[in-house]
Design a binder for this molecule. Structure first.
Ligand code: IPD
Ligand code: CA
Ligand code: CA
Length: 264
């Protein structure tokens, strides 16, 4: 059973639901997508959802900083900072696929303390607090136990890149397939990929470049579900833009041997 959430987690949950309601309304009614940069889309849904999230948090923590993907650009190194991806999985959203989320993390003095990833279509709420475990809709989450790659499903993702990073991701995917893994999945929302590791669905997940808003909440979810998260070189994960390797722990070294070798 989930214990009583801290004030920060309770606010993060309420804010994720507020952002989720905004995103869901646009998903159902339709919204014009714009190109932010090559292949990278944005819409009023992203911008309005970030506003809804920040408004919900500010009501309770007016002095805190906000580091969001769209409009709020306070320092990530602020003492109390909220890291927000108002719509993770924008490409899925744009193409009518229901795999997207609102991702919110609260960090104090550079350490993520609480995180929420919310898929509003499926009403799935993943949350974690440091030292208190990871939960999906109130049920405790735990990573899988497999220790051999030929028992595992692996997740990956591609940054908005058609160059070296894409090539190296494909190299790693090829090598992983040659270890007889069960398969590779590319869900299209890094926050949800991380939650799939924490839920024990994926044995591991890697991506060569993610922003803090993509991974901050999901990485805490994995750790609190008993897994391990590092960069794709095996170093400790910074709070800023980085490659990410998340696993059930038992598979970490075997996946690292492959994705570390191809790291761009
Ligand atoms: C993207 C998604 C995608 C990942 C990209 C991210 P966005 O975020 O999480 O799965 O592969 O690297 O940038 O643009 O949908 O918020
Ligand atoms: Ca994202
Ligand atoms: Ca986004």
């Amino acid at each position: 059973m989930q214990t009583i959430p801290s004030p920060e987690l309770a606010v993060a949950i309420a804010a994720a639901r507020a952002g989720g309601a905004t995103v869901l309304r646009y998903f159902r009614e339709g919204v014009q997508m714009r190109v932010k940069e090559s292949y990278n889309l944005v819409s009023d849904a992203d911008v309005d959802a970030e506003e809804a999230v920040v408004t919900a948090i500010k009501e309770h923590f007016p002095s805190h900083a906000f580091f969001g993907e769209e409009t709020h650009k306070d320092e990530l190194s602020s003492e109390d900072v909220w890291i927000i991806d108002p719509l993770d999985g924008t490409n899925n959203f744009a193409h009518g696929i229901s795999q997207f989320s609102v991702s919110i993390a609260y960090a104090k003095d550079g350490e993520v303390k609480a995180g929420v990833v919310y898929n509003p279509v499926h009403d799935e709420l993943y949350c974690a607090e440091r030292g208190k475990g990871a939960f999906c809709n109130g049920k405790r989450a735990a990573v899988s136990k497999e220790s051999s790659l030929n028992q595992a499903l692996i997740g990956t993702g591609f940054y908005y890149d058609r160059g070296l990073m894409m090539e190296r991701t494909l190299d790693s995917m090829r090598d992983l397939f040659h270890t007889d893994i069960h398969g590779i999945r590319r869900i299209g929302a890094a926050s949800l990929d991380l939650c799939h590791v924490g839920m024990g669905h994926f044995g591991a997940y890697f991506e060569y470049k993610l922003a803090a808003w993509d991974f901050a909440a999901g990485a805490l979810f994995v750790e609190e579900a008993g897994g391990r998260v590092t960069t794709a070189r095996g170093d400790s994960l910074p709070l800023d833009t980085s490659s990410v390797l998340a696993s059930n722990g038992a598979l970490h070294q075997s996946v690292l041997a492959i994705v570390g070798k191809h790291h761009p």
